[in-house]
Ligand binder design. Structure first.
Ligand code: NAD
Ligand code: IPM
Ligand code: MN
Length: 370
């Protein structure tokens, strides 16, 4: 049986609580003979800072580099608000993304039929919703230089962040979007603000040229990012694949999450380029949400985004498609049976805890894979 090297980084806040539920599934898949996993655990974020003063250690970076995939829960929290900028919890996650070259962040927003009433929008607007947001993850304003606060010496300071995109960065993320669209509903919406940003103008030019050259069979539209935010809450089912930059993708995916019922429902995959020799991609899988300090330690967290991120690892890194489909079905069935964590519960539901939700998904999975 194939053995996969998986690095687990639980992180901070609700991170360890939801990672424990993903670990139940990993243990189940091993016990059921689906695959064997060699798991190691590391520290990232505030927990790493507390242990050794860095947001991720060199040895954990080395483990991430050599793993077949990294599974990360969440980092950050008010406890670390005062730590130096370079070692703040989020710096660990950003270093992982940058050093592993994970430029393509896939954020699927799917509304499970059982959750149409949990969405912020009217049920008919989200029933059947299935959007894939493709967020550029290693460029843009997150990483552009200069990035600094300078003292102007007159009692004023200047804060600078720089949005930079080069042709190859836009082209490779657009290619991912077009390829995904071909396997879905064949439509890509590319989003920027070409009306005010030079990087947006270049983005539009490069996407248009690539489309004409190689993907003319895919329907392409361009939409300014502010208008796209509006359309996401007006008529979200018009979208199939959305491709956008690092910052807009961050904002728009949080918005999209509420269409599905909760931020606690949205998983993600962060993928690097294909290795020319092996054909493999470096990959990190993580929920779109953060460490949820407001509910940490209370057993209230929804583990589905975390479990969904493990499912994406099975799909994109390990090719374990039947197992991935079986877990997706188990999640859908558990929701259909009425199980709800507090974030997706209606007024008459009695919410279950994080671990009750994880246990129920494993129990459901046993019916098909056990
Ligand atoms: P957040 O995503 O942590 O929480 C926003 C809201 O959503 C909160 O009310 C929270 O309770 C709720 N929520 C999030 N995940 C949930 C889940 N699984 N189940 C139920 N409810 C859930 O965003 P924030 O509060 O703005 O940020 C907190 C910290 O997390 C910050 O330090 C931020 O930088 C960090 N962060 C980390 C990541 C990551 O590790 N990938 C992502 C986003 C934010
Ligand atoms: C996300 C988060 C991160 C981001 C933070 C924690 C660095 O919000 O993954 O969506 O801004 O990319
Ligand atoms: Mn975010």
């Amino acid at each position: 049986m194939a053995a996969y090297k998986l690095l687990l980084l639980p992180g901070d806040g609700i991170g360890p609580e939801i990672m424990a539920e993903a670990e139940k599934l990993i243990a189940f898949l091993s016990a059921a003979g689906v695959a064997s996993f060699e798991t190691e655990k590391g520290l990232v974020g505030g927990s790493a800072y507390d242990a050794h003063g860095q947001a991720i250690s060199e040895s954990d970076m080395a483990l991430a580099q050599s793993a077949d995939a990294v599974l990360l829960a969440a980092v950050g929290g008010p406890k670390w608000d005062g730590v130096p900028y370079d070692v703040r919890p989020e710096a660990g996650l950003l270093r992982l993304r940058k050093d592993l070259g994970l430029f393509a962040n896939l954020r699927p927003a799917i509304c499970y039929p059982a959750l149409v009433d949990a969405s912020s929008l009217k049920p008919e607007l989200v029933d059947g919703l299935d959007i894939m947001i493709v967020r550029e993850l290693t460029g843009g304003v997150y990483f552009g230089e200069p990035k600094e606060i300078t003292d102007l010496g007159n009692g004023q300071k200047r804060g600078v962040d720089t949005q930079v995109y080069e042709t190859y960065e836009i082209e490779r993320i657009a290619r991912i979007a077009f390829e995904l669209a071909r396997k879905r509903s064949n439509k890509v919406t590319s989003s920027e603000k070409a009306n005010v940003m030079k990087s947006g103008l270049l983005w539009r030019e490069v996407v248009t040229a690539l489309h004409a050259r190689e993907y003319a069979d895919v329907q392409l539209e361009h939409m300014l990012a502010d208008a796209l935010g509006m359309q996401l809450v007006r008529r979200p089912k018009q979208f199939d694949v959305i491709v956008t930059d690092n910052l807009f993708g961050d904002l728009l995916s949080d918005v999209a999450s509420m269409l599905t019922g909760s931020l606690g429902m949205l998983p993600s995959a962060s993928l690097g380029g294909e290795d020319a020799a092996t054909g493999k991609r470096k990959a990190l899988y993580e929920p779109c949400h953060g460490s949820a300090p407001d509910i940490a330690g209370k057993a209230l967290a929804n583990p589905i985004a975390m479990i969904g991120s493990l499912v994406m690892a099975l799909r994109y890194s390990f090719g374990l498609i039947p197992a991935a489909d079986a877990i997706d079905k188990a999640i859908a069935d558990v929701l259909a049976a009425g199980l709800r964590t507090a974030d997706i519960a209606g007024p008459t539901d009695k919410p279950v805890s994080t671990s009750q939700m994880g246990d129920a998904i494993v129990a459901e999975l046993k019916k098909t894979l056990g």
